[in-house]
Design a protein around this ligand. Structure first.
Ligand code: ZN
Length: 113
């Protein structure tokens, strides 16, 4: 399962941060998921429940935020919100558009507990 490896990765990153700060537990984290990342939030939530077991995140509050994806038109340089990989520029109607935001997954905030 794709989301489980992502969840394990998130736990690893946060654990590393906790170790650096000599914190034994994490109170809260915030995860931002791009609308074009291909990650299903519900699936990630489910995977996180498994991944945090026995880690410094086991009692942490996990917050998930979905980020809107944005595309840039290479023809007229217009930037616009998208929810599809085949984005058409709303300004000039061009198909020559690139997704510039929303493919990423980010750990936005880590609050040590
Ligand atoms: Zn355009």
């Amino acid at each position: 399962m794709h989301e489980l490896s992502i969840a394990v990765n998130i736990v690893d990153i946060v654990t590393e941060e906790a170790n650096k700060s000599k914190a034994s537990s994490i109170a809260e984290i915030e995860i931002e998921i791009g609308g074009m990342s291909g990650i299903i939030i519900e699936a990630l939530e489910f995977a996180m429940e498994e991944a945090v077991k026995g880690s410094c995140l086991s009692n942490a509050k996990l917050n998930y935020t979905e980020l809107r994806a944005e595309a840039n038109c290479s023809k007229c340089n217009n930037q616009f919100d998208v929810d599809d990989f085949f984005a058409v520029c709303p300004k000039c109607g061009s198909f020559e558009t690139d997704i510039i935001k929303g493919k990423e997954l980010k750990i936005k905030k880590i609050i040590l507990g």
